[in-house]
Design a binder for this molecule. Structure first.
Ligand code: ZN
Length: 454
């Protein structure tokens, strides 16, 4: 185990100097006891405050609070604890943390995973303050990122914030985290496979050139990080060490490339879509990771359909491009039909407008893809993992591997392809299929989720 931690630490140390905000990441076993010393080595001030919820305070916050209080090196304020059992990163809770921080000059230590992390990082940003994170589950890649996912006016939005100065992960804590949280992180990391394929497409047409350093940080070790899904199912510390390394590195790559393109493609659009539709299943919002996991399978199925085309077959659709190209008024109409006339529709329209291009540009893109079709296919096939294998990996990690397990039936999933295509300007496989005149394959392709429970 020590060897695995040592190697993880070595890779992190190589990567950290390239990131401009996070200075230190400590991953270890029982390193929670060093929280005070680590804090002291990275911050000038001695005033700290722990922010947690009841669960994460019991899991790690209380130990941190007691240790740093008794060490007498730091001045520890009364912790801020969310009392609700279930709460979300929304504007109401953000305001609570922001008001609390505004009354003190202490540096916040966020103890938790997704929700606490999002709330503290944005509140700290609004108070122009740096912060430290103690992660309690390997559930998200947002620990080291510079964006906070917060629901504002009924819509999930990624708000700007600073990345944390310090992140501490104790594998003993992760080992005792609810298994489904670590499974969600595994699915979020697996999503970097189709996300990478989307970046290859965007790079090819020049909309978002690949940032080679950030690409290598995530994509080179990705399969190694994902190699132990069975270990995720049992909260095995060595599998969790690789998983959290991947998630942390993914956030650092975002810092380096100054874009979340490194971590998200069309599969994330499915998750954002269902968030904005306020989708719940059995009274709960399915986790981000579980939604992008299903998005990853859906996207991989679509890639498989597209990559089955020979160059000759692909070229045939060029004659239909003018007919299938949607003019702006048609897109606007589609957005209204799918999203109505409220805030969400306005936001979707803005995103769709940003990525709208005229027929000439569509033809240019088509010609680029056609010219490089054979090598592009090879490159994408090397990047992708077959949908059946993704299902299997998710299933082994005890993450949902069919849409019904998160309350999405097949009809809704099929409809989601079209809606997900509209919601974000970032070029991905959905735009590729739309612009190259192949959209009809989505309505006819079988949505099979091999080896899944349903
Ligand atoms: Zn994600």
């Amino acid at each position: 185990m020590n060897k695995i931690i040592e190697e993880t630490t070595k890779r992190l140390e190589q990567c950290l100097p390239l990131a401009d905000e996070t200075r230190l990441v400590s991953i270890g076993q029982n390193n929670l006891s060093q929280a005070g010393n680590i804090f002291q080595s990275c911050f000038d001030t001695k005033r700290v405050v722990v922010i947690a919820d009841c669960n994460t305070f019991e899991a790690a916050g209380r130990i941190v609070n007691t240790n740093i209080s008794s060490e007498n090196i730091l001045s520890v304020e009364e912790p801020f604890l969310f009392q609700e059992k279930e709460f979300h990163a929304d504007s109401k809770h953000l305001e609570e943390v922001r008001c609390f921080l505004a009354k003190t000059d202490a540096i916040p230590i966020a103890v938790g995973s997704g929700t606490i992390n999002d709330l503290v990082k944005r509140a700290a940003f609004e108070c122009q303050r740096s912060y430290m994170i103690i992660g309690t589950a390997a559930s998200v890649d947002g620990y080291t990122s510079f964006g906070a996912s917060i629901e504002m006016d009924g819509m999930k939005q990624t708000l700007t914030c600073f990345a944390p100065r310090v992140v501490l992960i104790d594998l003993e804590i992760l080992k005792h985290a609810p298994q489904e949280l670590n499974a969600a992180g595994y699915a979020d990391l697996l999503a970097k496979i189709p996300a990478g394929a989307d970046w290859i497409l965007a790079d090819k047409i020049g909309t978002e050139p690949i940032h080679r350093t950030a690409w290598d940080i995530v994509q080179k070790p990705l399969r190694q990080w994902l190699a132990q899904p069975e270990g995720i199912a049992t909260n095995n510390p060595s599998a969790l060490c690789l998983l959290i390394e991947g998630l942390i590195m993914s956030g650092l790559a975002m810092q380096i490339a100054k874009t979340s393109r490194t971590a998200s493609g069309a599969e994330h659009m499915f998750s954002h879509l269902w968030d904005n539709q306020h989708h719940t299943f059995q009274g709960k919002i399915p986790s981000h990771g579980f939604k992008v996991g299903i998005g990853s399978i859906a996207v991989s199925l679509l890639y498989e359909k597209m990559l089955a085309f020979t160059k000759e077959e692909f070229s045939k659709s060029k004659q239909n491009i003018a007919a299938t190209h949607r003019r702006w008024h048609e897109i606007e109409q589609t957005v209204r039909t799918n999203f109505g006339n409220g805030n969400l529709a306005e936001q979707v329209l803005e995103q769709s407008r940003q990525k709208y291009v005229d027929l000439l540009e569509i033809i240019r893109r088509f010609d680029v893809f056609l010219e490089h079709w054979d090598e592009l296919k090879d490159e994408l096939q090397r990047q992708l993992i077959p949908a059946a294998a993704i299902c299997e990996m998710l299933r082994k990690a005890k993450a949902p591997s069919s849409p019904e397990e998160i309350g999405i039936d097949r009809n809704r999933l099929r409809q989601s392809f079209g809606q997900a295509q509209l919601i974000r300007y970032r070029y991905n496989i959905l735009d590729f299929v739309m612009e190259t005149g192949h959209w009809e394959i989505i309505s006819s392709m079988p949505l099979e989720f091999p080896n899944a429970k349903n």
